[in-house]
Design a protein around this ligand. Sequence first.
Ligand code: FAD
Ligand code: SF4
Ligand code: SF4
Length: 864
Amino acid sequence: MNSGVVTSKKPSSVKQKIVVVGNGMVGHHFVEQLCQSPKRQDYEITVLSAESRLAYDRVHLSGYFAGKSAADLALTTPGHYRELGVAFELDAKVVALDKDEKTVTTSGGKSFSYDKLILATGSYPFVPPIEGNDREHCLVYRTLEDLAAIENAARQSKVGVVVGGGLLGLEAANALKQLGLETHVVEFAPQLMGVQLDKPGGQLLRAMIEDLGVNVHTEKATKIITDGEQCHHRMEFADGSHLETDLILFSAGIRPYDNLAREFDLALGERGGIVVDNHCQTSDKAIYAIGECALWNNFIFGLVAPGYKMAKVAAGHICGESGQFTGADMSTKLKLMGVDVGSIGDAHGKTPGARCYTYENQVAQTYKKIVISPDGKHLIGAVLVGDTSDYDTLLQYALNGIELPEMPESLILPSLQREKPGLGADSLPDSATICSCHNVTKGDIITAIDDGNTELKQLTACTKASTGCGGCSALLKNVFEAELDKRGVEVKKDLCQHFAYSRTELFHIIKAEQIKTFEQLISKHGQGLGCEVCKPTVASILASAWNDYILEDPHIPLQDTNDVFLGNMQKDGTYSVVPRIPGGEITPDKLIVIGQVAKEYNLYTKITGGQRIDLFGARVDQLPDIWKRLIDAGMETGHAYGKSLRTVKSCVGNTWCRYGVQDSMSMAIFLEERYKGLRSPHKLKFAVSGCTRECAEAQSKDIGVIATEHGWNLYVSGNGGMKPRHADLFATDLDDKTLVQYIDRYLMFYVRMADRLQRTSVWLENLEGGLEYVKSVVIDDHLGINDELEAQMQAIVASYQCEWKTTIENPEKVKRFRQFVNSGQSDSNVQFVTERAQIRPARPEEKHPGERIPAVDITENRPV
Ligand SMILES: Cc1cc2nc3c(=O)[nH]c(=O)nc-3n(C[C@H](O)[C@H](O)[C@H](O)COP(=O)(O)OP(=O)(O)OC[C@H]3O[C@@H](n4cnc5c(N)ncnc54)[C@H](O)[C@@H]3O)c2cc1C
Ligand code: SF4
Ligand code: SF4
């Protein structure tokens, strides 16, 4: 169905007809704003969309290549519009506008009369006028249809080029990389993200992106695109150099869709854009323009937050409110291919008299700069690359004119003695903007709380804060909790705006009500469509509770990329293959198979700290075949990609070692076999040592077991890694059975109680009562739940399945591993070189730009 017809109680002749042209993010936001107005009943709303589906999240479009579907990106549904009483037509491009008759006509010939017309037609990607720009597989990156075309072209390509090194260009480059192409970015300017970053920031970003395997070419002006020798196309540059590629994505800026205004005589800017005033009215007062098609103060805002502000102002103005659009903040914080980048205000320090402080750490690859006003009192700009942890604080200083501390540099310098000046919720003035997408201030939040919205769900529903890009969620939560605290209200630990429950509460709900899917849970106990926080959290709870196959259709959209492809994506876009080797013990026959597979698929092999063998460099389409070989030889998945048990490290114990007092090998293998299928809030690592000499380093693991003369000592919540923590001794001299009982209970209690992404170490440290409390639960059955915890663990153990085995036995599931892959007989797109007789990803300077060089050839031809 491509239209929604709505009947209403009030006679339509009494109502004003509002016609919205364009149902992108901003057009949709306008509809939502008007629908929330107390005067909603006075209007009949019709939406005309040129696209074949209702609004979707363009900001997170790249998520499509990480496994998100069109439904995941949808901002609304036909059913929802019908519920709101909004009529809509899809595939309905408006081609004519009659300002005197007040009608618009679609390409299908249908006419609609209006009292107020809203132009929310957005923009389209600019394709530079280069000869050859219309050749096959020369594409843009704007709509879901564009993504399908890119995906299709990528199947027939090995090399991809993005023309444009701005924010969107780098997003597009990420997409090409995710599709497995050798990726290049060609930029006309001397640096990447020239609008948002200064020169050193741009340089660091370039270096980091090149490290990730993307080739960057700056100061390149493309003259012509012709036939290539190695690839479909050859791009000739003005400096005489060239680059060969199979696919070209143009991302060289946007142009407003202002053709209706142009053809039907509304005022336009010199370089395009529909001119609007502070009410977002065009030169015809019955017509408004909002979003990326609108030109305010000679400026087009290419971000969603300003568009949302315009939508709010226009809806308010139609309803008789006095709000005005007075510009918008263009600060941005984002992750580009895993590199954190932030830019605030006058990033280039162009304000006369402005001064700046910079901090650069070449070892940690971070660059930070703040720009301060000529009087030194206020922050007016900032650039952050590699570490954006200071972004929220800096943004508050900049947006709210907060006076800088005595030493402004302390805001970006590392806090060696933790003396870094914080900007807690209390120090923000009421005028502080908390959510810039929806322009919600701290004062608005306080008013909403005073009006009785004392749950985060209610607060976000009524203020809309954090429902845009979501960047302010953490700050919103801080302000909310600080305000509730002041009022003596107990703070609820809501998971996010879609669920007014903590992770622990959701776990109980899922278990008690036997809920098996995210859809069931959100429709019964949540609201909206879900987000990056709640979807993987619920996926993890469902897995811990029911141990379903994680690639069942309803679960797929919830998983992160690693889980979707049952492998860890590496920096060059290939995947690792990690079979389980319980306790680090492996037969020669299995070793031989691993060696044969590694040789045949030209994989890099490495023995890990967890005592198993990682195989690196597999393309996504090779994964099922590789796994079939390993599974046929009796191996199974090592869950290296999951939030679950990784390894149980072990020494040889009393079987071989003369100091050993127990059989640590057998115990380690038993424990690994027992807990290998358990999904948990974060990864789990175990170790078992055969005596107190502790060769297996058990005291740095989540679960550590050390043999004694009388049995086993159990250690818990240790951690290596970034925040090392020595494990706590939990119980001593346990027999085998008690040891396993305690571990069952401890782990299940953690799985139930911990927050999302909380390791056992952090969980224990944050738990009220700490170690003694957990001991009272696990050892003394203080809560009377031990039978339940053990039964639950037993159910997990009994329902274990190797996810890779299940996958390769199901041809439909195997297809998932082929959808982004190049044509059948293709070689790897990633370039490798040989080092110490094995492959490794080529560094940028080692690559052969434009050449398609099969990985095997390089390996064999390069000197070791
Ligand atoms: C890959 C990508 C990543 C992005 N990342 C970010 C980000 O991180 N942060 C950020 O703030 N912004 C980002 N943006 C920009 C953001 O998506 C836009 O600012 C926002 O979508 C603009 O909304 P809009 O409604 O004005 O325009 P659009 O979303 O373009 O919607 C306009 C709609 O109108 C339709 N239309 C056009 N002409 C007609 C007609 N004559 N009749 C009927 N319908 C018509 C179009 O088909 C389209 O569906 C990103 C954009 C892209 C493409
Ligand atoms: S501050 Fe934004 S820009 Fe930010 S979220 Fe709020 S939701 Fe968005
Ligand atoms: S921990 Fe003890 S038993 Fe194990 S290898 Fe070391 S010395 Fe031997």
